[in-house]
Design a protein around this ligand. Structure first.
Ligand code: ADP
Ligand code: NA
Length: 329
């Protein structure tokens, strides 16, 4: 039968870090064989917070190049730019009639944005969840890989779908949160302060665009101490985190050796960090070089987006015909 449809939005902010790779992209790579995947670069969404569009195209290209370098395959999944599919804006308009001011004002992300940009509380910010719902249901997608912070938006999308279906007939499936690999890894930051993130301490976040020297510098700065004084003692968080990072990129024998050194109280954190740094370089450098190669080939990027938009447009047109018909338009 037909493969289930997966829809995922990618923000054109670029500069992916190790957390994005192991926490999200790696799962998308696995999904693309089993599902019909749409990966949309959300350039319209960025207008709600970044009205200056000078750098938008470069950002779209970078995020595409980074995702492809990580293993997403434009021959399997459709990559497209949100603004290239006009049907999105049309569906957004219809869904706005089914979304209520009160519920939109209560959205956590809206309240956050009001605090962050009090001088630009535009209606686009308020209706962000409506546009997001339009993105998802435009392809009648049933599966949406989302993080915890997006669950409220998905819940709202389900509400809009139910209202639409109730009023105009069964057109849309209810979109569900979906993660291929149930146990999503959380990648810790290098300073022992929680998860790696682009908004936190830059020196504690490893970017896929970091140079070899920058990777080494960041890893060597990771927080350590004088080492354990009792055999087989439990590890402080920042040491546990270093082992977790090693678990992502190092060979099992190497990890076992440092584990056993730790348990025997003769671990040398300097050596461990050097090993981790080299293994990180070995992991990140080929991705970084691939990204640079892809970015240097603008016609390839344009062609990917054109092919993706073609596929997305076909699916969007089919949906919108049913939508207009059921609404009597
Ligand atoms: P950031 O937190 O750096 O702003 P985003 O919020 O844009 O990253 O997240 C994009 C995707 O990457 C989400 O699916 C999110 O769950 C995942 N992700 C981000 N940081 C991590 C991390 N440290 N560990 C695991 N997954 C992460
Ligand atoms: Na985040």
């Amino acid at each position: 039968g037909k493969k289930p449809i997966v829809m995922s939005g990618i923000r054109p902010t670029g500069y992916l870090h190790l957390g994005n790779y192991f926490g999200a992209i790696r799962n998308y790579v696995r999904m693309q064989d089993e599902f019909e995947c749409f990966f949309m670069v959300a350039d319209l969404h960025s207008l709600t917070t970044h009205p200056d569009t000078k750098e938008l195209k470069a950002n779209v290209h970078r995020v595409l190049a980074e995702n492809i370098a990580c293993g997403l395959n434009p021959d399997k999944a459709a990559f497209y730019c949100q603004s290239h599919i006009y049907e999105t804006s049309e569906l957004y308009l219809y869904l706005n009639m089914l979304a209520y001011k009160g519920e939109l004002e209560k959205t956590v992300t809206f309240k956050d944005k009001v605090r962050q940009q009090p001088d630009n509380v535009n209606a686009g910010l308020l209706t962000y969840p409506v546009l997001q719902a339009a993105d998802i249901i435009l392809h009648r997608a049933s599966l949406v890989p989302v993080g915890k912070d997006q669950e409220q938006h998905l819940e709202m999308a389900r509400n809009f779908v139910n209202r639409f279906n109730h009023r105009y007939g069964d057109v849309f499936p209810e979109p569900q949160a979906f993660n291929y690999n149930v146990q999503l890894v959380k990648v810790p930051s290098l300073d022992g302060s929680g998860k790696m993130s682009k908004s936190e301490n830059q020196m504690a976040t490893l970017y896929l665009a970091d140079s070899d020297d920058m990777i080494r510098k960041k890893v060597m700065k990771a927080k350590t101490d004088n080492g354990p004084t009792e055999t087989n003692s439990s590890k402080p968080d920042y040491i546990e985190n270093m082992f977790l990072l090693m678990g992502l990129v190092s060979e099992q024998e190497v990890i076992d050796k440092f584990e056993s050194d730790y348990n025997n109280c003769n671990i040398r954190y300097g050596d461990m960090k050097k090993q981790l740094a080299e293994d990180m370089v070995k992991f990140i450098a080929p991705i970084r070089e691939k990204v640079e190669g892809i970015l240097g080939n603008e016609s390839y990027l344009r062609q990917i987006m054109e092919t993706g938009a073609e596929k997305a447009r076909q699916s969007a047109k089919a949906t919108m015909e049913v939508v207009r018909q059921s609404m009597g338009l």
